[in-house]
Design a protein around this ligand. Sequence first.
Ligand code: FAD
Length: 383
Amino acid sequence: AHPPLGAGGTAPGVRATVLPPHDSPRGVASNRDAAGEFELTAQAVIVTSGGIGADHDIVRRHWPERLGTPPAEMVTGVPAYVDGRMLGISAEAGARLVNRDRMWHYTEGVRNWDPIWPGHGIRILPGPSSMWFDALGRRLPAPCLPGYDTLGTLRHLRTAEGLAEHDHSWFVLTQKIVEKEFALSGSEQNPDITAKDRAGFLRERVLGKGAPGPVDAFLRHGADFVTAPNLEQLVDKMNALTDKPLLDAAALRRQIEARDLQMANPYAKDAQVQGIRNARRYIGDRLGRVATPHRLLDPAAGPLIGVKLHILTRKTLGGIQTDLDSRALGADGTPVEGLYAAGEVAGFGGGGVHGYNALEGTFLGGCLFSGRAAGRAAARQTA
Ligand SMILES: Cc1cc2nc3c(=O)[nH]c(=O)nc-3n(C[C@H](O)[C@H](O)[C@H](O)COP(=O)(O)OP(=O)(O)OC[C@H]3O[C@@H](n4cnc5c(N)ncnc54)[C@H](O)[C@@H]3O)c2cc1C
């Protein structure tokens, strides 16, 4: 039982119970690692505990109807502490939770061969050339193309005929594509960028032969990656990664050959081929992001690679409703005294400022904005 935050005439307080740590492959500290139980009292409490992505049950419970059926299995794209626990605690203290069904998950998750947290998944930030197939081996329709429309693709994968019981999809690509087009999300996967190592960036990503180190490690160790010299062997290996063999090599071959034929056509009507050519008109992408167009079945571009993709939990777009001072609002729409919320737990400020969708990369901005508003308002309140 948590006493109301900020309620009553005395200084508001929060009582926190600290639980044993999650099982973590590397024993990395989470917020629950401290021992014992403590009680903290303050004039103002600012909740900044992040979203819900590490608790798949909460994600499934609030899964929106517009995205079809919730997946039975997902990989976790956020640290274990992003477990939504403070949302419930804040609600008990009187805060109103809104837009719980707004969430953003990626469709290009792979299991991390070297996990930092339980169920750790890494998102592939794909360039435009990989072919994308659903669990039954059907090419995804435009605009469900690599790197295009995240939530649109998620909706397709959860609502298209025959897919409700399958939680995965597939990339099929070549060694030539993986070398240029696979980037991995997460600071530990991008040591050259996080260390501001410009020479390393150029060496690895623009001039380099072979895939960048972290990508190469996934090719060698990743449970979701298979390679083969020809399509039939590749499909055998892909089928071995699922309970039942759902893919038919001949059907995949027909679709890949149709796409490959379009490569030879300067007026290609294939939306993905058009997208590849368009991306290469920008010098930055041409140099460092988009492979030279080629036929997937050209042995010179091989070996072929199949990647089993999982849904990866990431962002919580709803949460604690606040006003523009980041004050948490109660059921009657008035501020709960002394309680503030900022960042992802508050839907990046306000309880859902991004609406049902969002622009890639705009989340940190909302965290900073609402954090600044909360800090300023709390300082005014306690001055
Ligand atoms: C791999 C990855 C890549 C991303 N890339 C981008 C990007 O490129 N651009 C972008 O805009 N956004 C990106 N995001 C999203 C963005 O990082 C998050 O939305 C943002 O960090 C949320 O900030 P926050 O401060 O609200 O919560 P968090 O950063 O999740 O911090 C929450 C803090 O609260 C603590 N905490 C949680 N519960 C408790 C508790 N009960 N008691 C005490 N402490 C607690 C945690 O330990 C943690 O320190 C990415 C996220 C991930 C995981």
